[in-house]
Design a protein around this ligand. Sequence first.
Ligand SMILES: Cc1cc2nc3c(=O)[nH]c(=O)nc-3n(C[C@H](O)[C@H](O)[C@H](O)COP(=O)(O)O)c2cc1C
Length: 330
Amino acid sequence: MKIGSVNLPSPYAIAPMAGMTDTAFRRLVKRQGGCGLVVTEMVSAEGLVRGIDRTLEYAEYTEEERPVSIQIFGGDPEKMAAAAQIVEGMGADIVDVNMGCPVPKIAKHHAGCSLMREPSHAAGVIAAMTRAVKIPVTVKMRAGWNDDERNAPVLARMVEDAGAAAIAVHGRTAAQSYSGSADWSLVARIAEDLSIPVFGSGDCVEPEQIVSRMREGVEGVLVGRGVLRNPWILAQAGDLAAGRPARPVTLEDRGRFLLEYIELLGHERVRDERLSHDKWVVNKVRALGSWYTKGLDNGSHLRTAINSAPSLPALRAVVEQFFFAPAGVA
Ligand SMILES: Cc1cc2nc3c(=O)[nH]c(=O)nc-3n(C[C@H](O)[C@H](O)[C@H](O)COP(=O)(O)O)c2cc1C
């Protein structure tokens, strides 16, 4: 499948997740196979234009992650166009616009999901960006702002007309945040209506669900929390789609993944001077741990042990003991 002129080796992608889908995590997921596209955490257009160090850190990626989409947020058409040019200059394959974030800090600045409340303005943002760059501009939106404003089908059409090369729809409203379930029939209707590729997003936590959502007519699936729990889920979906059984994942595989994550984070350049590097790594592993331990036998013990490990060596020891010790209990 293609987004503009960018070829995706698989229709399954890692959804953008602030605080979670950093370059180290994306690389590791990509190495397991089955991942056709990675999207960065959302990056502030304002921060990019002003060259703020921490913003640039969120936009960093490595060659092995390609194709890479950098997601930006903002509401001012000129700034968004300028930010898109910076993203293009950084060598990204795609620039994605966040029209789904419900967090008030973002939404009150006419960015994130509040753009969905001003469809003409939102389409103007996309038109300004597509005029400014050659790389594909894509949009990620929700079903709408709330139940009275489920306008994704209308906005999707408008951003397609404004030049968007693909869209992704998380089938919940901003008011729902993460409650209830994603409305995939709405996503399917939009996919049917548009001629650009439409990705669906929401509630795929088993590889079988990814494969069955594809049958509803979307061109691709963005998987978020399912990847945080099971970084092999995209590869397993690929197995199922090819008629093979989903590859098994052992406890040791899961342990190795965490140790490799710690290793890669150790080599990252951290621009946040408020924390020591080790403390930054510990915090990142804790953040992943809160998802990664879900559904594991004794997962809550592991989560507690990760959260109370006082240092990086102690954290490593917790991981080694849990995943590699025969008893398997931390
Ligand atoms: C921790 C977290 C952070 C997220 N950050 C972003 C983000 O930066 N940009 C975005 O468009 N969506 C973000 N999302 C939404 C996801 O991309 C995805 O659409 C949503 O979680 C539904 O998919 P899922 O059920 O597979 O997780 C985030 C979700 C989570 C759980």
